[in-house]
Design a protein around this ligand. Sequence first.
Ligand code: HEC
Ligand code: HEC
Ligand code: HEC
Ligand code: HEC
Ligand code: HEC
Length: 438
Amino acid sequence: MRKGIYFIVFFLFLCLLGFANEAEIKAHYELSRFLPPEVCGGCHSDIFTQWKGSLHQLSLKDKIFLAVAKDGLKGIKIDDELLEAESCQKCHTPVGYLSGYPLRTSDDIKKIQEPATQGVQCDYCHSITGAYAIYNAKYKMDPGNGYSDPGIKRGPFNDSKADFHKTEFSSFHTKSEICGTCHNVKHVVYGTWLETTYEEWSASPYKNQGIQCQDCHMYQRPGHPATGSTKREKNPGIAAYGGPQRDHIFTHYFVGGNSVIPATEKDNIRVKMAEDRLQNAVTMSIEEKMKGNSVVIKLLNNGAGHEVPTGVSNIRQVWLKVIVKDSTGKVVYSSGVPDKKGYIDSRAIIFGTVFGDGNGNRVDNLAKAKEILFDKRLKPMKEHFEHITIKSDDTKFTVEAELIYSIISQKTADSLKELKGLKIKPVVMTQAKATVIR
Ligand code: HEC
Ligand code: HEC
Ligand code: HEC
Ligand code: HEC
Ligand code: HEC
């Protein structure tokens, strides 16, 4: 009898836990509670222009996302894996997900209603009040009720006044956690860390120095890369028509390394901004004296507040192109030189992540990811050395090296039907040339 009661209590406790978890994830808000970005843009016009065309606005339309998401649904027979493959939309269209459509990756994109098509948007971010946990978009929300009652918009000011909506200072908006709750992705069943930008930042010196994601990414604007190795100048101005002059308005371009999607939108400003970012992220030098038979290349990520590459680091392709010539000019070593198709050789030194199925076999579909098999990336503010063995008796060599970034390898892009014909333009992040002696 006693046992029975304990069991019932325990069972109720479990139900409660399950319920809390469900409530947190399945919270539902009518779509009409989120005002379209164009409405916000009516008064916040500069911020709107910066955000429109950003990867946040395009997060649902992005053809690389759509291609990978579609491919990820293929050939899955295990329920746990299907749950993950179907889980993309809570971040790629958070407003759609919260309002009930689309809940699954396989839901028809054409049926998604405005403004849910516009990705990570104004009224989503500015209705956030906190988070249950810093991963998988586990935000606490408090959206308004549409035009007649737009509710409270939370932000960095404690003296802000607007006629249209209420305002409130939110320290959560001024910290990396608001970004990290989406920029930290875990497999929904297996718990494997799939994206860890926030974790990487937390483990970096930037956290202790109080340098948040916003201090780099929301200071960037054309001509101001705003990385760890460049100045992060303030952007004085007004936040809205009729608002007071302020010494810094956080910019909303949200530029990372992606110049390919902006290029498909003919958005040259953002293409240049992504290149600016990538070209102020890492420095490289070649040591003048060889170590035994090896040429030593030193890399330092002194520009990014996380590892390079970060985010979907299984898809990103960052590699070294190295050419070594002896004193007669003959090539004695080369790797990472793209061929005519834009593919790189298997010897190339690559920075990135490879996932496995739990038994040591590589998987490219993250729905099947149970382990990390390989993780070699450039950690923030930590020197990294590559040793390249030269098979030659000569004593003097010239070495040329480039660190190159592609948002997806040309080979992977070519293997996805939806990306047919998409040319992935690599960006040279940094280069070095030196004469080295044995
Ligand atoms: C009718 C004009 C108008 C519209 C429409 C409007 N705002 Fe504002 N908003 C303002 C003004 C004015 C301020 C005050 C600016 C300041 O204090 O510098 C402001 C301030 C803000 C702030 C800063 C709050 C703080 O305390 O830090 C946020 C965030 C914000 N608005 C978001 C939004 C969002 C999101 C939308 C669309 C859902 C929106 N606004 C629509 C006029 C408007
Ligand atoms: C990804 C989330 C996100 C999106 C999308 C977003 N914002 Fe913001 N916004 C922020 C954060 C975070 C801050 C404050 C940064 C800080 O204090 O470090 C901010 C600041 C602001 C401010 C205060 C003025 C400033 O820029 O410093 C206004 C006004 C504002 N946003 C309006 C908008 C509007 C309008 C849109 C859509 C066109 C928008 N935001 C889209 C996250 C977002
Ligand atoms: C609701 C989820 C969400 C929030 C909140 C969010 N992001 Fe994002 N972010 C995304 C998604 C999804 C993408 C990828 C879109 C794509 O490439 O299709 C993205 C893309 C980006 C990119 C572009 C990456 C590239 O490769 O070029 C940057 C930079 C970025 N986010 C920074 C931030 C910062 C800084 C914040 C906090 C102020 C933030 N994000 C908050 C979901 C979010
Ligand atoms: C010290 C400046 C700095 C800070 C702080 C910083 N970033 Fe970055 N971020 C960069 C630079 C530089 C790049 C370009 C190099 C690269 O792609 O890794 C970048 C790239 C990115 C990308 C594109 C990823 C890729 O490799 O394609 C995303 C997404 C991103 N940042 C999100 C964030 C988030 C989220 C935070 C906070 C948790 C953050 N960043 C903090 C400087 C910074
Ligand atoms: C918890 C939030 C979250 C979930 C869930 C999520 N993503 Fe993302 N996704 C992001 C963020 C943040 C980025 C930006 C990182 C970067 O640029 O490296 C991103 C970027 C991407 C990109 C790169 C797009 C480009 O243009 O290069 C692809 C592809 C992608 N996601 C696919 C998926 C797929 C497929 C799913 C579902 C199986 C998924 N994502 C689920 C947050 C999420």
